[in-house]
Design a protein around this ligand. Sequence first.
Ligand SMILES: O=C(O)CCC(=O)C(=O)O
Length: 261
Amino acid sequence: MKSTELVLQADQVESFVTNGFVRLEGGFSGDTAAECREWLWRELKIDPDDPTGWSQPVVRFMGSTAQPFLDAANTPRIHGAFNQLVGKGRWRPLLGLGTFAIRFPSETDPEDAGWHVDGSYQVGEHLFLNLQSKSRALLMLYLFSEIGDQDVPTRIWIGSHLRVPGILQSASEAGLPFFRVTEQLRSPKPSEIAFATGAPGDVYLCHPFLIHAADWPHRGKYPRVIAQPGLEPTDLLHLDREDSVYSPVEQAVRQSLGMVS
Ligand SMILES: O=C(O)CCC(=O)C(=O)O
């Protein structure tokens, strides 16, 4: 890929601003995804072909800096998309991948499937977020298995990132714990929900304020594997730039706060 080539089309960037996410197909290769899955099965001692060993609806794994994960996390295509959505020089390459949420075919409530926004920095016992999105440039879903409708794709509340800035604005720079944000919102209507389906290697690039949820029951046949890392920024969001050149992440926040004429 040439460094001048744009990864995302203009309508995809526009959709990111309006809907809060974009699916980057083939962000990394299917072969790398397979290598990562093999690594996980070895490390977690899980046989992906033996349902009798799948005793819980979800297994979470904090993450790894092993080479296959670094290869998946940082491809020229993914970096190109980061540049377009966050801005060149405004993010740091991933140093590994995590956390992983591996969900197994099961009718059991995993008890972690509520709507939420991800917090990005720790204050005491809780993860917080603020209007400048300290410590998070993007939320991302890296797909490592084939995820169809029946394989508990992550649920995405379309456009919900535009509901969050108004709540964070009143909290000043200190921000709010993540659960204080979602408790101020109603639940989405079915028509407002998108599902993060796709192929191994696809990456959903999401606005850091996007509200999302796991799903259940898993009625597919195979374990579903995703990683949900944050992208670390080099700076805070700026909503009042001298040159008026805003990243799509910033554009969405400004739009939500009525700062766009
Ligand atoms: O497993 C999923 O589909 C999503 C998990 C999630 O939203 C989280 O861990 O914050």
